[in-house]
Structures are given as C-alpha cells and as structure tokens.
Write a protein that binds this ligand. Structure first.
Ligand code: ZN
Length: 347
C-alpha cells in the first residue's frame, strides 16, 4: 500500500472501533492524536526504517511453493484456513465464492514464505505489539487516565520515561502498517512479476489503483505535522471523520477477537498474521493463476491489464476493496487485542 492508503486504513480502524463500540478507551486515546500519528502509518516504508534491507525487504511475507511439496507443516487445507480466518473477513467470503475457486490440488501443496529472520510481516507485527503493551503500561498521565488501574512497577517510573499519548498513537499507526501490508496479495506472493512497491512489477501499479479508491484527502501533504501543529490545522477528529467517506463498507458489529488455532487455543498476532498472509497469497493465485503465470516464472514486466483484463479475470474493484476492508478490520482486531491484554494486566 502507499502512504494515503496506509493513513486511511489506520484512521478508518479508529472509526470502526468507535462505530461498533469496541475498545472504547482505546478510541479515546487514539482519536485526538490521529493526525499527528499518521506519519506512523507509512514510516515503516521510509528508507531510514529499513537499514540494509533495501526496498520493502524488512516486512514482506512472499510465499511460494516449498521445495518439499509434501511437507505437512507448510500445507494448509482450505477448510482449515477458512476456519482460522473466521467468517468476518472479506477474504473468507471471496475464497468461498464459487466464481473464484482454486483447483483442489492447489490446497494440497506446501507453501512457505522465506523472508530473512525477523523481517517478515508476522514478525514485525508481533514485535511492535509486544513492546507496545509495555509502553502503554509505562504511559504518562493521559495514557494512564485512559487505561484504568495500576501496575506494580508504576512507582518506579519517573515522568520522563513514561510514554506520551502521542507516541502511543504513533506506534499503533505503525502497527497498522504491517497488518495492512499482509492484506495485499502482491505483498504475499514471491513471483517475480509481483515485484515490490519501488521496483518494476505489479505491486506498485496495483497499489496506485488502490490509492484512487482512498482519494486525495489522505495524501500526507495534507496531514503531515509541521512541528507540533498539524498542517491546515487538521485534528485527529477530522481525520477519523473523513475516513468514513471512502466507499468501503463495514458491518456494524463488534470487532472480533483474534482467531483460534486448530486445537481451539487463542492465536497470538504472529499466527493471526501468518493466516492472513496465506489468504492473501491464495487471492494472488486466483487473480493471476499459476497456469498462466507460473510460480517459477522470472518475467518481471507484467502489466496490470495482462492480469485484470483477461477473459474471466477477477474484477479489480472487488479485489481492491477486499484488501482495504480487511486491512482496516484486521488492524482493529489486532489493536483491540492489545487493549484487552493491557486492561487485564492492570489492577
Ligand atoms: Zn510496507
């Protein structure tokens, strides 16, 4: 996703929590700072945030057929993946739609993402999540006032080590970046034709199309802060309000918890994101079937029309809105899981 899309996703996740009455205190914390925090939503794509890795190499999860195709650990049958994803994600509806089926044999093969250790989307999301809980527990007065209760180490924290509400909001927006990228099919498919946002390949062109749905309001030139004063005097309240104008529709029901594993145990964010990335890879494989675009193909210059203007192609608008919907919903799910965990740890 590009900057406007990432900014919108984070702002819309705040709006979704608010509209559905989910994680209420968290909304009180994030909403006032949802303009100054927008930098967090796209900061992970900046060169300085990925030293040595180049391009987007520090948070991808590009999946491909695993050399040992019968390695059960990396095989996820369709029914299992759908169960793990729950029925609330747009991607689940898509994978069940008879119009867009992958052959049964596709689900019997092992697939694996092979990013460098610590540098794939589930790792990055989990890392921010874990640290963020502690940073909230070390919060300043404003943060403390929103997360009720006390914690045993509070008396040992001098005011300067406490985390400001603006910083907490910015870290939540950073987290949304990793979650959102996991919902982009091109981000989760290792085929050379997919490329990355700043190389040839489908990725960048696909993202540009997604950004058109989001619209110009979320360009960072409109929102980025100058010093402490948001440009054009935007406030977090305006940014969140404006996010509802983008034509992606959400159900008015409480934001779900993280899913469960096959034994019924609660997922952590790492596992949740692995499942989300696997679903995105399946979508990429429906959009660009391996029969026409083999996984081992080294061709880079594939145009957006080569994929989306084929006879029986998946409508671009359907895929793009699905990615945006799930990026927002998954962000809200992960954020809410932090909120629930932190309030349980306070007494
Ligand atoms: Zn990214």
């Amino acid at each position: 996703m590009n900057r406007p899309a990432h900014t919108w996703i984070a702002a819309r996740a705040v709006a979704l929590l608010e509209d559905t009455g989910s994680a209420k205190g968290l909304v009180d914390l994030l909403k006032p700072h949802s303009c100054s925090a927008t930098v967090g939503s796209w900061l992970p794509d900046m060169g300085g945030a990925r030293p040595g890795s180049g391009f987007i190499g520090n948070h991808i999860f590009k999946i491909e057929p695993w050399s040992d195709s019968k390695d059960k650990h990396y095989i996820t049958p369709k029914d299992k993946l759908l169960k793990r994803l729950g029925n609330y994600r747009a991607v689940s509806g898509f994978l069940k739609d008879p119009a867009y089926q992958l052959p049964a044999s596709w689900w019997e093969v092992a697939y694996k993402g092979d990013a460098a250790p610590g540098r794939h989307i589930p790792n990055r999301a989990m890392a921010v999540c874990t640290m963020l809980k502690d940073l909230i527990l070390m919060g300043d007065k404003e943060v403390d006032g929103i997360f009720p209760g006390t914690i045993d180490f509070t008396p040992y924290l001098v005011s300067k080590v406490r985390t400001r509400a603006e910083a907490v909001a910015t870290y939540f927006f950073m987290l949304s970046h990793f979650v959102a990228d996991g919902c982009v099919p091109a981000h989760c498919d290792a085929r050379k034709m997919m490329g990355s946002s700043n190389t040839k390949g489908l990725h960048g062109k696909w993202e540009d199309r997604i950004a058109k749905i989001v619209g110009g309001y979320f360009e960072d030139a409109n929102l980025i802060c100058q010093g402490t004063v948001p440009k054009e005097k935007q406030t977090g309240f305006q940014v969140v309000k404006q996010s509802r104008q983008v034509p992606v529709v959400f159900k008015n029901e409480p934001v779900p918890s993280l899913g469960k594993d096959d034994k019924g145990k609660d997922n952590d964010v790492w596992m949740e994101m692995v499942n989300v990335c696997r679903a995105s890879f399946a979508i990429a494989s429906i959009v660009a079937p391996k029969e026409e675009f083999p996984y081992e193909n080294t061709k880079v210059n594939v145009s957006i029309d080569d994929v989306f203007a084929r006879p029986n192609a998946v409508p671009a608008d359907v895929v793009d809105k699905m990615s945006l919907h799930d990026a927002v919903l998954n962000t809200a799910i992960v954020w809410q899981s932090i909120w629930n965990d932190v309030i349980q740890r306070k007494k």
